[in-house]
Ligand binder design. Structure first.
Ligand code: 13P
Ligand code: SF4
Length: 326
């Protein structure tokens, strides 16, 4: 069975062996497996906790495990390493990056801050530790509105790096935000017509839209003008989508975000129908984390994610300010 660690499992027997080994090693290493909602179904199924960016940060902050295996992307593992400096944080594949986090560097943010002296910086959690260290507040899609509302109205705010989330927050709060022009290549691909076409095909379904989507500002306009049903359209984080699906009376949902969330929705809200607005909305970075890599990560203690202590101390301030608001 040793060859399994070099290749993704092909058979049900190989998968079962990997799951058993992961469970055994998890006990042995006093490890916890944290998985984002966009992870592969088999990775979600073996995890101790599956959630959105905020839930994962909170789970990392409260765990008493010695080792955290982060089934997600690099910035998420860094956030866990910042919150748990005395624990070992492992990312099973260092190539699990994020196109959105890559749209801004700490140097670019410092230059932008020099153009707006005294401005408050709100950084979406999809940023590197160095960028978070330059920020006053972190936020996730769950709490971005709350974080901005917690900042006094007379403060100038720089919002990085997601333009679509920033535009959404600006509209909901009525605040004038300076927005960085970053985007996630998966979410930016959602066009207003994708949502409208699906909505016409399934008029009774509820629409669940992630605020990183390229269609979000147009959808807010459609909502205001009545072109989309106000009572059946919700702009939510991935965890918000799971909560909404549980609470709603609707039987069918159209989901505008990365398709990994569909596994969790179908598993936790059985009996209801969940359809992707775009089937090709797949994050190749999230999908780099496979069962065999999780196994190897636990077995060999790879790949440890560390954040330089001075950077971590500054970034922790921004993350803790966010957690206090959440
Ligand atoms: P949430 O799961 O926090 O809504 O974030 C989505 C995302 O794109 C994470 O990379
Ligand atoms: Fe980054 Fe987009 Fe992938 Fe989320 S879906 S990890 S924002 S590239």
């Amino acid at each position: 069975m040793a060859s399994l660690v070099e290749h993704a499992p092909q058979t049900a027997e190989q998968t079962e062996w990997l799951v058993r080994e992961i469970q055994r090693l998890r006990e042995e290493r006093k490890a916890v497996l944290l998985a984002h909602n966009y992870q592969l179904p088999e990775v979600q199924d073996v995890a101790d906790f599956v959630g959105d960016s905020l839930g994962l940060a909170q789970a990392a902050a409260r765990t008493d495990a010695d080792v955290l295996v982060f089934c997600g992307v690099h910035f998420m593992a860094e956030t866990a390493a910042i919150l748990c400096p005395d624990k070992t944080v492992l990312l099973p594949d260092l190539e699990a990056g994020c196109s959105l986090a890559a749209t801004i560097t700490a140097e670019q943010l410092r230059a932008w801050k020099r153009e707006h002296p005294g401005a408050v910086v709100v950084a979406y959690v999809n940023t590197t530790a160095e960028v978070k260290a330059e920020a006053d507040y972190c936020c996730t899609s769950t709490n971005a509105v709350k974080v901005v509302q917690s900042i006094p109205e007379d403060e100038e705010i720089l919002f990085v790096p997601d333009f679509f989330l920033g535009s959404y927050v600006a509209r909901v709060t009525g605040r004038r935000l300076h927005l960085w022009m970053g985007e996630c290549h998966v979410h930016a691909g959602f066009r207003p017509e994708d949502v409208q076409d699906k909505q016409r095909a399934y008029p009774e379904a509820e629409l669940l839209i992630h605020p990183e989507c390229g269609c979000v500002t147009s959808c807010m306009y459609f909502l205001a003008s009545g072109a989309l049903p106000q009572d059946r359209t919700h702009i939510l984080s991935t965890e918000g989508m799971v909560r909404r699906a549980r609470a709603s009376d609707a039987e069918a949902f159209l989901v505008a975000t990365e398709t990994g969330i569909l596994h969790r929705l179908r598993k936790e809200v059985p009996g209801k129908t969940f359809l992707p607005v775009r089937e090709d909305a797949v994050c190749q970075y999230m999908k780099r984390i496979t069962l065999d890599k999780v196994y190897r990560s636990l077995r060999d203690g790879v790949y440890e994610v560390r954040v330089e202590p001075q950077v971590a101390a500054r970034a922790r301030g921004a993350i803790e300010r966010m957690l206090a608001v959440s």
